[in-house]
Design a protein. Structure first.
Length: 209
């Protein structure tokens, strides 16, 4: 039974030391080290006249050698001075400012890339009609050259020049006959008015209509 009680006491002390280390780290991070020391001191004083069982279970009680667990824990973790805490705060502010500056630079780069993309899109949109017209002209010119090459090959296969000319006139716009009609009566002349009058009468106009 004494062996089990000793093992239980060791486990309780280890658990108490871990709790004290965690509370110390929390006090340092939250900058409440002075209040933490006062709380630990008052807890140690109030727990001093308690029984032996309470001393084993209380992580803030003093050990048998007269050295408190708080002092033993703080011997490995020196207290931070006001200057050190101010330096830590300054370094933290510098890190936050540096992170913020990086975020701003990233946003600026993203905005510049977006503006460049929009400018390229606008230029491409403005040049698209001209490029489409150029491609259409090139396509038509290519089709015309292909048709002329096929027509020349067909004409070369003909034995008679008359047949070759007829085929060229039928298939090629360059060799088609152009007929221009020139009216015998000038427009807006007296003869033109007389012709319009004759065509408007019921006897002659009905025949031509």
């Amino acid at each position: 039974m004494a062996h089990l009680s000793e093992r239980h006491g060791d486990a309780t002390r280890r658990r108490g030391e871990l709790m004290r280390e965690r509370m110390q780290l929390l006090a340092v991070r939250t900058n409440y080290s002075d209040a933490f020391h006062r709380l630990r001191r008052s807890s140690a004083v109030s727990a001093a006249p308690s029984t032996a069982v309470v001393a084993v279970n209380n992580p803030l009680a003093c050990n048998s050698t007269g050295v408190s667990g708080r002092d033993r824990s703080y011997s490995h973790h020196p207290r931070r001075t006001t200057e050190e805490m101010a330096e830590f705060s300054r370094q933290c502010e510098q890190r936050v400012a540096l992170t913020r500056e990086k975020e701003i630079q990233a946003q600026r780069r993203a905005l510049a890339c977006e503006q460049e993309r929009q400018a390229r899109s606008q230029l491409a949109g403005e040049a698209a009609p001209a490029q489409a017209a150029l491609r259409l002209r090139e396509r038509r010119e290519k089709q015309r050259r292909t048709a002329e090459a096929e027509l020349e090959a067909l004409v070369d296969q003909q034995e008679s020049s008359l047949e070759a000319m007829n085929i060229a006139r039928m298939l090629s716009p360059r060799f088609q006959e152009h007929v221009n009609f020139t009216p015998a009566v000038a427009k807006y002349s007296a003869e033109d008015e007389r012709v319009k009058l004759l065509l408007s009468t019921s006897r002659i106009g009905s025949y031509y209509q």
